[in-house]
Write a protein that binds this ligand. Structure first.
Ligand SMILES: NC(=O)c1ccc[n+]([C@@H]2O[C@H](COP(=O)([O-])OP(=O)(O)OC[C@H]3O[C@@H](n4cnc5c(N)ncnc54)[C@H](OP(=O)(O)O)[C@@H]3O)[C@@H](O)[C@H]2O)c1
Length: 306
């Protein structure tokens, strides 16, 4: 179906969904539409003040939205563990995890654990969150894990176990490409593991094309007005989809009953258009890249999802 819209989201009553980065941009719109269809949404967020505003915003359009805030800084493995433990204490069942939060094209920074920031937040934080929430996800009959990547994964190189944090080789876009390729490989690798375990849960990947959110603005601010960052900000403002439209690919991956584990959703015309299933180019080296990602991620975090 090419004309998929939020009207196609099936009833979500009785389902619980964790959405990271739900206080703005694509995460906020994902949370809104899941709540509109009846899901209980756990908004896993770093900036709680911004999250309060997001809750008010969602309730202005979905007055009976069932929302819960969970403090989560993906740049701190301790915070990720605390968030997961808090969720596990209260919830026996989680049906959906949307690994959405991210940073893009920023100058070299380290997380509190010493990880390169884009790989650390966009991938390693979600890696640990997924690993720790997996027991409750596996308790749901039809759980899904949706990981948000980007067309930038095409410019990324698979993580090198000898230098995953790009020490001495750092470039903002090199790091973003690596992080978003890691998201891509993670989504595919997780589905393989779920298959091997005979689990009914499914792992899917989505990309939002070009969407006009804070992503570009943050990268401009963080680089003090970097030229390429300003270019993407201008492009997103002029040609990007509104966040509500950009969120459709991840919403489709999360809710379309016809979607299957291992599938990839994105806009029809690369950067915009309705959300459709996209081809996955399984080039030579994919298996090795996934294996390397598992090796690095397990070594760095001490946990693994399956
Ligand atoms: N917009 C696009 O054109 C585009 C294109 C391709 C892919 N994507 C991907 O889409 C996803 C969502 O981005 P967006 O466009 O919605 O950008 P956004 O509006 O900037 O939202 C990013 C979200 O990530 C959160 N975040 C950043 N660092 C975090 C951390 N350390 N811990 C927890 N949360 C953190 C932000 O929270 P704070 O408020 O705390 O900063 C915010 O909620 C990202 O993965 C991005 O790579 C976007």
């Amino acid at each position: 179906m090419v004309s998929w819209s939020v009207a196609d989201i099936p009833d979500q009553n009785g389902r619980s969904a964790v959405v990271t980065g739900a206080n703005g941009g694509l995460g906020l719109e994902t949370a809104r539409e899941l709540a509109r269809r009846g899901a209980h949404v756990l908004m896993a967020v770093r900036n709680l003040q911004k999250a309060e505003a997001a809750v008010t915003d969602i309730r202005a359009t979905v007055p009976d939205a069932s929302l819960e805030l969970v403090a989560l800084d993906l740049g701190s493995q301790a915070s990720v563990r605390e968030a997961a433990e808090g969720i596990l204490l209260v919830h026996e069942r989680i049906d959906l995890l949307v690994n959405n939060a991210g940073v893009m094209g920023i100058p070299e920074r380290k997380t509190v654990d010493g990880f390169e920031m884009q790989f650390g937040v966009d991938h390693l934080g979600h890696w640990t969150l997924t690993a720790l929430l997996l027991p409750v996800l596996l308790g749901s009959p039809e759980a899904r894990i949706v990981t948000v990547t980007s067309t930038a994964h095409h410019m990324g190189r698979a993580v090198d176990p000898k230098n995953p944090h790009l020490d001495g080789r750092y470039r903002p876009w090199r790091a973003y490409g690596q992080a978003k390729l890691a998201n891509f490989h993670f989504g595919l690798g997780l589905q393989r593991r779920l298959d091997q375990a005979g689990a009914s849960a499914a792992s899917l990947i989505a990309h939002p094309g070009l969407s006009n959110t804070d992503l570009q603005t943050v990268s401009v601010q963080e680089t003090g007005g970097g030229a390429s960052q300003r270019f993407f900000q201008m492009l997103a403002r002029r040609t990007g989809m509104p966040a509500a439209q950009g969120a459709l690919s991840q919403l489709r991956a999360a809710t379309d009953p016809g979607a299957r584990g291992g599938e990839f959703y994105g806009p029809l015309f690369v950067n915009n258009g309705p959300p459709v299933r996209k081809p996955i180019f399984r080039g030579i080296g994919l298996n090795r890249a996934i294996a390397k990602l598992w090796e690095v991620s397990e070594r760095e975090t001490g946990v693994a999802p399956l």
